[in-house]
Write a protein that binds this ligand. Structure first.
Ligand SMILES: Nc1ncnc2c1ncn2[C@@H]1O[C@H](COP(=O)(O)OP(=O)(O)OP(=O)(O)O)[C@@H](O)[C@H]1O
Length: 841
């Protein structure tokens, strides 16, 4: 990366100012002491925060605009009262300066002293002395100010010997034991194996690859800090150690906050050390809690006295706990001295300020979670980042199979090309300490794990990687890349062939369920005409209140359905790739925080999104691929929770659905959802009316728009409109009539919404809802059994058992194959038939 203009400086001191020395430093805006501040949980930050996903602030900076010969220059005056009451002032120029980087006669030479907390030689150094964001203190276990006794408190995690600070994070998040994919992947990953991991949706794959990465980097960070001085902030810029690629912005952001959630506990725990002198004094006097006592004193549990004569195992254990204590103190000391976080994880996605992202990168991050498009955009102008990617320690492809579908294949391929190491036969030179800024402890750690310095460990995870692909992966070891040369790749197989697995045989951990069905998921389907889908959806939402994610195949479909849902008073929010990123996050947050909300989404939301309380998934339109069906369903029934999926199948979708089930190897039909037809009929009338209102409103809007357009075009061309042309737009009277018609229809709908939905034969005598909208109340969770004439039940509890499928799976496969539109591995349609599947990186 080219050095930034304006970072060199010349500080002149006035010979006469002895009491108040003067120094002015010239810097770019990037060199200001920016510090990250935590983003509020809800992304709804108001209009001033367009597209910002990470916030930074800088204090005590005055922005001054100055007219100069070279044009307008922005100056940032940094003023701060130092302890000595001397003013501190630093000037930063936004305009870049040419030449040797020295400035003549800087204007404010008289007043300045050495800036505190702002070392202006590089932005990385500036940030190193910037206080880290203050993490919120989570509810921590009652183990006092020590590391966690994982053997007792987390026995299922204990055998993995994860870093004790991670143990605390797991405990704080109540992750009492590893999920199956974590239990199987962790030992392999910690040994240094490359891994292809396949496990059902919502089964904890993020931490399956995330924990080994955090463990490694945390261990490195602690040993690096201990090898220097405990309170010193790292002297050099952090070097990128892990790159995680994800197909969508939301998923990348989610992965990054999932990892940060683990680190938050690490940092807040270490900051406990700064809580009070009392606690510190106690600690220093050896009055620490049990774990520490066990390490150096008679065993508090009374399991046997050590007195220096313990067994080898005990000694080892004690040594380990002694190390834990040392690590803890280092972490505490680092935090007390306002050092940056021990491990830094950042997200790099489209839709947010690239300048800000560059600034974050310039400071250095340990783990980068990125969408390929934005990463490639930035890498092209950032040689340092490109170098770091070439020397990564970990590479992760999350939802790899989705990334080849998204139109960002080229970027992916380019990034993967950067990660390629030299030929395996070549001896890999250990990275020089000077180049990396890391202590040799890292190499020791690497060799302990069976990874040599400079080697890359690769993890590929998804809920859907075909068996054939996994077999192919086992056979390969980077040969194909060389064979195929620059030929563009097009399938997942091609992509994975381009990965530089260091293992001749990456470990394949496949614990995906048969047929792609998560055990806690109940599926059902309803066969109906396309035109009736709105009514069936409305029926479902009223009959089974809950947070519901509705998938549609096209953005137009969402645009049509949204106003209908609004008119029916259903709290629905859209999510698709044509929305601004800020709006997407806002809608996602609203969906998370509104009870019984509905998210109308394209497949942009199908992968990876982890909204814990999604009760139902509805396939308003049948998914185009078997994988999409599995991933869409995976937004519910996560982490062993119950979930329900409804597939709406129009006559023209039957074939696709049959093929889809065939591809998943399903023997059973999806059971039909029982429908109370009297209720459906009543709801159809409401839906019909809502559609009518929407169509009428649309017409009025269109009329206004057309009239304006015609008028503006005529004015621009300086022509007068003839009578007939003017007549094409509605007159004032016509508009008034249309508005009145809409108002009348709306009134009628309001009445309908307030009417009870009574089963035939149910007396209305006891119904006392008055004019309250039943639909409204039901959607906010107040189910009216009397109104509906039906008992409240959970979706799926009234399903009949699934019937066996009549046809043979094989035939289905061949039938679908005949269309010639899918390949057996990716099971996907040609790109032109896919809607809104582009990654939005
Ligand atoms: N050991 C654990 N114990 C309990 N919950 C866990 C554990 N590990 C992860 N989780 C939680 O499980 C949920 C799902 O995890 P995650 O998003 O990693 O699943 P996934 O397998 O990647 O899903 P998908 O395939 O849909 O992307 C998250 O809310 C996560 O916090």
């Amino acid at each position: 990366m080219a050095p930034r203009a304006g970072t060199k400086r010349k500080a002149k001191h006035s010979p006469s100012s002895s009491a108040k020395k003067v120094k002015t430093v010239h810097l770019t805006a990037d060199d200001l002491p920016w510090k990250s501040v935590s983003r509020p949980k809800e992304a709804d930050l108001g209009d001033g925060f367009d597209g910002l996903l990470e916030l930074e602030e800088v204090e005590d900076v005055e922005v001054v605009y100055e007219e100069t010969d070279a044009g307008r220059v922005v100056r940032f005056k940094v003023k701060e009262d130092a302890l000595s009451n001397d003013a501190v002032s630093v000037e930063a120029h936004e305009a870049e300066e040419e030449g040797d980087g020295e400035y003549d006669n800087p204007p404010d030479e008289e007043e300045v002293i050495d800036p505190l907390n702002f070392k202006p030689s590089t932005s990385a150094q500036a940030s190193a002395s910037t206080p880290p964001p203050v993490p919120s203190t989570p509810l921590l276990p009652p183990v006092g100010n020590t590391t966690l006794d994982s053997e007792t408190l987390l026995p299922d995690w204990h055998p993995f010997s994860l870093h004790p600070l991670l143990g605390r994070a797991l405990y704080a998040q109540k992750f009492s034991k590893p999920t199956p994919i974590q239990a199987q992947a962790l030992p392999l990953a910690l040994k240094g194996k490359d891994i292809v991991g396949v496990a059902e949706t919502g089964s904890g794959k993020t931490l399956a690859y995330g924990l080994p990465i955090l463990h490694h980097i945390l261990t490195e960070a602690i040993s690096r800090t201990s090898s220097t001085q405990a309170h010193d902030a790292p002297k050099s810029r952090r070097r990128l150690r892990a790159l995680i690629l994800a197909p969508t912005r939301e998923l990348a952001l989610q992965v990054s906050s999932h990892l940060n959630a683990c680190l938050e506990t690490v940092d807040s725990h270490s900051s406990e050390g700064g809580k009070g002198a009392d606690e510190e004094a106690k600690e220093d006097n050896g009055e620490e809690t049990r774990v520490v006592e066990e390490a150096g004193k008679p065993n508090a549990k009374g399991k046997g006295k050590d007195n220096g004569r313990g067994t080898g195992r005990d000694n080892q254990k004690d040594k380990g706990k002694g190390k834990q204590r040392k690590d803890l103190r280092i972490a505490q000391a680092a935090t007390r001295s306002k050092a940056p976080p021990l491990v830094s994880v950042a997200a790099l996605v489209g839709g947010m300020s690239a300048q800000k992202q560059r600034r974050v990168l310039a400071r250095g991050v340990d783990v980068l979670v990125a969408t390929p498009g934005r990463l490639w955009d930035i890498v092209q102008g950032d040689d340092l980042l490109a170098d770091e990617i070439a020397q990564l320690r970990f590479l992760v492809l999350d939802e790899a199979d989705r990334m080849v579908e998204t139109g960002h294949f080229a970027e992916m391929e380019n990034i993967l090309r950067l990660t390629l190491r030299q030929s395996k036969e070549d001896e890999i030179e250990p990275e020089s300490e000077q180049a990396t800024g890391l202590a040799t402890a890292e190499d020791a750690e690497d060799s302990k794990e069976g990874i040599r310095a400079g080697e890359l460990q690769t993890f590929v995870f998804s809920a859907t990687l075909s068996k054939e692909l996994q077999r192919n992966l086992k056979k390969k070891s980077g040969r194909l890349w060389k064979k195929k040369g620059g030929k563009p790749a097009s399938t997942l197989d091609d992509l994975l062939e381009r990965l530089d697995f260091r293992d001749p045989e990456p470990a394949v951990v496949d614990i995906s369920p048969e047929g792609g069905v998560v055990a806690t998921l109940q599926e059902s389907k309803v066969e109906c005409l396309t035109n009736d889908k709105d009514a069936y959806l409305y029926y479902f939402l009223l009959r089974y209140p809950g947070r519901t994610l509705v998938f549609l195949s096209s953005i137009d479909g969402i645009r049509r359905l949204l106003p209908v849902m609004d008119l029916l008073q259903v709290p629905a929010f859209p999510l698709h790739s044509q929305l601004e990123q800020r709006q997407r996050l806002k809608n996602l947050d609203r969906f998370k925080s509104t009870p019984n909300a509905v998210l109308l989404a394209t497949d942009v939301a199908a992968r990876g999104l982890d909204v814990p309380a999604v009760d139902h998934v509805v396939h308003y339109q049948a998914p185009r691929t078997a994988d999409a069906y599995v991933h869409r369903n995976g937004r519910t029934a996560r982490a062993m929770r119950r979930g329900f999926a409804l597939l709406m199948c129009a006559p023209d979708e039957r074939r696709v659905v049959r093929a889809l089930l065939g591809s998943l190897g399903r023997q059973d039909e999806i059971p039909d959802m029982p429908v109370e037809l009297y209720l459906l009929d009543k709801l159809k009338a409401r839906v019909q009316l809502a559609r009518q209102i929407d169509a009428a409103q649309h017409k009025v809007q269109k009329g206004k728009h057309e009239k304006n357009w015609l008028k503006e075009a005529a004015e621009a061309m300086e022509i007068e409109l003839g009578e007939s042309e003017q007549g094409s737009a509605p007159t004032k009277r016509q508009r008034k009539e249309a508005d009145a018609r809409v108002a009348g229809l709306k009134g009628k709908l309001r009445e309908l919404l307030a009417q009870p939905l009574i089963a035939p034969g149910v007396s209305t005598r006891y119904i006392t809802s008055g004019s309250v909208s039943i639909a409204d109340e039901m959607l906010t969770g107040d189910y009216h059994e009397n109104m509906v004439g039906l008992k409240k039940i959970a979706a799926g509890s009234d399903l009949a058992p699934a019937k066996k499928r009549k046809f043979k799976v094989k035939e289905e496969f061949e039938e679908w194959n005949g269309i010639g539109s899918y390949d057996i591995d990716g099971w996907r349609l040609p790109d032109n038939l896919q809607h809104d599947t582009r990654s939005d990186s």
